[in-house]
Design a protein around this ligand. Sequence first.
Ligand code: HEM
Length: 484
Amino acid sequence: MVMGFEACSLLVSTISCNMELTFMFSICVLILSLFFLRSFLKFCASGHRKLPLPPGSMGWPYIGETFQLYSQNPNVFFASKVKKFGSILKTHILGCPCVMISSPEAAKLVLVTKANLFKPTFPASKERMLGKQAIFFHQGEYHTKLRKLVLRAFMPEGIKSIVSDIESIAINSLQSWEGQLITTYQEMKTYTFNVALLSIFGKDEVLYREDLKRCYYILEKGYNSMPINLPGTLFNKAMKARKELAQILAKILSLRREMKHYHNDLLGSFMGDKEGLTDEQIADNIIGVIFAARDTTASVLTWIVKYLAENPAVLQAVTEEQEAIMRTKECVEEKVLTWEDTKKMPLTSRVIQETLRVASILSFTFREAVEDVEFEGYHIPKGWKVLPLFRNIHHSPDNFAEPEKFDPSRFEVAPKPNTFMPFGSGTHSCPGNELAKLEILVIVHHLTTKYRWSMVGPQNGIQYGPFALPQNGLPIRLSPKTER
Ligand code: HEM
């Protein structure tokens, strides 16, 4: 009986337990069905299947892989990632989820073909310092208008007339380095700064030149500092210098308006625009162009000085090419370099190309996906950063045989499409590239025909700041060839 009761109560509890289970099971099925229905509806609404994110690792929460990036040579970081995950990969650096791309085709897609889906992006502190209206930060109509004005000043037609003035700056710079131990990068920065001022303001406004330099140097120091705007910090000093720069530019603008002369320089191009730029827009873009023009070109020049010193056969060939141009100039008036002369320097131009490739001073650039993007079989979510890795493209053996070797002759044959982009590509590609090449050719002409130099101290290291540079900025000793 007891057994019967127990069996009965067991039966009852089993039945009630089964009923509970059935009930819970039905609830689960209902929830799951709703979940699948919601996903299905979402799927139908989006019109496509969601693709996977690119392969890769996102590192620690919040920090991501920032430490890995900064605790080693960044190029090694990028190269090891590409080796492990392929030419499109995800990571998380500087607080942002990122996709890195290193195939020429993918770089073209991001920078050119689908550029409308990827906007340029910079940290807010950098935008504040350079000026929110500067060309780099914009897309669309305003960007197109600025680009037209910048290109008007820096295309061959705009810079042909300043070759002899650039030459004077080059000659003066080299003379001031004679017999001294100099830091190549520092001195090249002064040279490229003077050329930038010439191309922006012409030969006028000399009065303000020293003030412009003083403010710009303070701005530069603060640019890469922690963005803490408290009295005494580098950032705070830089923001004040930024304000003063805008005031100096306002004075120059009003002076020019009084004079009513036509000027063939960048400021003239900005002021002559029919649609009109505001003074603030002009100031932001002048500061932006100095920023884009100076350190980039100075870094490339520093690498050229190093590569020429390390490759005596190349130096000899460049010197012969430049001496041949010198010999064509018989009388004193002909002694100055002309635009046409700079077009007779194919070998020197290949040295510049090879330097741009090997040194790849801008290892990568940043874009941001403006919407969810399907990209080469992967999903790139809206807001993620996208980094075309120029350096990896330039150093891939698929694109350049023996990529680590400095060999200017490889440019006797044009590189494969989209494998060589030292000046970027597409709507934001460098509008100053002709000026950069011109000022490099001019100073290399005088350097190789009149001087010899030797590198001082350790030479194998590379320092990584905003641009890759030879260790310690490449100290050299320079002497005229006439001295033994
Ligand atoms: C060898 C020296 C130089 C190198 C390697 C270089 C490289 C570059 C690269 C790669 C970009 C595109 C960045 C991107 O797509 O995000 C760029 C943009 C730019 N560069 Fe240069 N640059 C050099 C010299 C100059 C000079 C001399 C000027 C001005 C006189 C200049 C003005 C600019 C400007 C204004 C932009 C922004 C263009 C835009 O957003 O539409 N650069 N540069």
